[in-house]
Design a protein. Structure first.
Length: 476
């Protein structure tokens, strides 16, 4: 198997300034992907809308239907006729990624899961998520369930800034259910400096996905990685992008906005969450890329995220996850169950983007379903500015990423070229500016120019080495 951390056919990555949405790094960010359990981010957002509107409280008991009870794993094992409190439902989605609890929420707020999915899609449009379509509340496999890294970053920002009083749920290391402790799937929590959520996801069609929020002082970034080959490879790719981002911010502090982080104040005013009989392993500094990466292990034969997250290759070790140069401290084992800070009930009101549920239902009826388009590999040249005149038949490049600053893009090209001199020695370094959906300029870093087949072969060779890239047309 190739050593690259993500599957090229499922790969996408994006890092944005949490305060402004400014793009700091992008790769396949507008390519349509299957979100898997990242879907539950919108299920939770609509539940937070309902809490704000007073339709439910944290103590409200939500009924479990037969349809909810027969959802495929991962699940809590809820039975028809049972009820589950809103507070526990939130924990089970954030931490366990429970599909049965997601359907319970959907039916409580939308009557049926399909109607709730229409509400989810309508809400996505209101938040500016242009390419997302929801067809269920859980993220279980469905060909109509699509999103993009760009849209998921938008949703991550809204979860954090619209509902800071609930955002501490996403940083919980686990929760207690039926007398047992259920740890989070988010391996960055407690291991990577400043990591405070948000959500993991996995299906066979999506690969291993992760949206991460990281806060350091007054700097907040949100990052998305999609299409990981395994959970650990996904996590290490996320750590690599975050380390790179914070190194760039340290070198150029004006790269991001400095702003107060409202959910941090919520957490600081409450007792730290305790972990029942659970402690994270000692973390050691990363020794760099795997010297000889082992084959990717076969994934599980079903869509159970909990089972898939536990699959490990022989050389995969969560102790590789760290903040660059700053090993995390192991968490002490506690006896109490994890708790969301009680001050959340007293937190200041959110920014108020929510609308009445009736308006959501009305707009959902007419909400257009986005059509599947070719991935970014096939239309990446659209909107490029042409710095190099292509010769006939040689108008293809390989793109290694997109950056918020032209100088950073050039620096990344030089670094990348240094690692692949034998392959890219005769290639030109190309920087292609493009305006992002948010209005910011981003700079695509590329090598070229090649014939189409040559570009694909060069990128395949680099991918085998573990260097991320994709072939893209360079147009005028």
């Amino acid at each position: 198997m190739p050593a690259s951390p993500t599957d090229p056919d499922k790969d996408a990555a994006l890092v944005v300034d949490g305060a402004t949405g400014k793009v700091l790094y992008a790769r396949n960010e507008t390519a349509e992907r299957h979100p898997a359990s990242l879907t539950k981010m919108m299920t939770l957002y609509l539940l937070f809308d309902a809490l704000k509107a007073g339709k439910v409280t944290m103590e409200t008991q939500l009924p479990v239907s037969y349809h909810a009870s027969i959802q495929k794993p991962t699940k809590l094992g809820l039975r028809p006729g049972q009820t589950i409190a809103v507070d526990m439902a939130i924990r089970s989605l954030v931490i366990r990624s429970a599909n049965d609890a997601a359907v319970v929420i959907a039916e409580a707020l939308g009557g049926t899961e399909s109607h709730f999915a229409e509400m989810m899609t309508a809400r996505a449009r209101q938040l500016g998520m242009r390419e997302t379509n929801y067809h269920n509340a859980s993220g279980l496999p469905d060909p109509l369930q699509i999103s993009t890294a760009s849209d998921l970053a938008i949703l991550g920002r809204h979860l954090a800034y619209d509902y800071p009083q609930y955002f501490p749920y996403f940083s919980l290391p686990g929760f207690t259910y039926k007398g047992g402790f259920v740890p989070t799937h988010d391996n960055l929590i407690g291991r990577y400096e400043g990591a405070d959520g948000i959500k993991t996801g996995y299906t066979g069609a999506s690969g291993f996905n992760l949206v991460s929020s990281v806060t350091r002082g007054t700097t907040h970034v949100i990052a998305v990685v999609m299409g990981g080959r395994t959970a650990v490879r996904r996590d290490l790719e996320m750590v690599r992008l975050l380390d790179q981002t914070f190194a760039q911010i340290a070198a150029n502090p004006t790269l991001v906005a400095r702003a107060s982080v409202p959910w941090q104040q919520v957490a600081q005013n409450a007792p730290p969450p305790a972990m029942a009989g659970f402690s994270l392993p000692q973390v050691v500094p990363n020794q760099g890329q795997f010297a000889a990466i082992s084959p990717v292990p076969p994934t599980v034969q079903n869509e159970d995220e909990d089972a898939a997250e536990s699959v490990r290759a022989p050389d995969e070790n969560l102790t590789l996850i760290h903040a660059e140069g700053t090993p995390a401290k192991p968490a002490a084992s506690q006896s109490a169950q994890p708790a969301v800070p009680p001050v959340m009930a007293k937190a200041r009101p959110d920014s108020g983007l929510a609308t009445a549920q009736a308006q959501l239902v009305k707009s959902a009826v007419n909400a257009p379903r986005p059509q599947m388009r070719p991935t970014l590999r096939e239309d990446a040249g659209e909107g490029d500015l042409e710095p190099v005149a292509p010769a006939p038949g040689r108008n293809w490049t390989i793109q290694i990423g997109a950056y918020a600053d032209k100088a950073l893009a050039l620096a990344q090209l030089k670094t990348y070229a240094g690692k692949a001199q034998d392959i890219l020695a005769s290639a030109s370094k190309i920087i292609a500016p493009m305006q992002s959906h948010s209005g910011h300029m981003i700079y695509r870093a590329r090598f070229g120019l090649f014939a189409e087949q040559e570009a694909r072969e060069v990128c395949n060779r680099l991918t085998q080495r573990g260097q991320s890239c994709f072939a893209a047309v360079q147009t005028r």
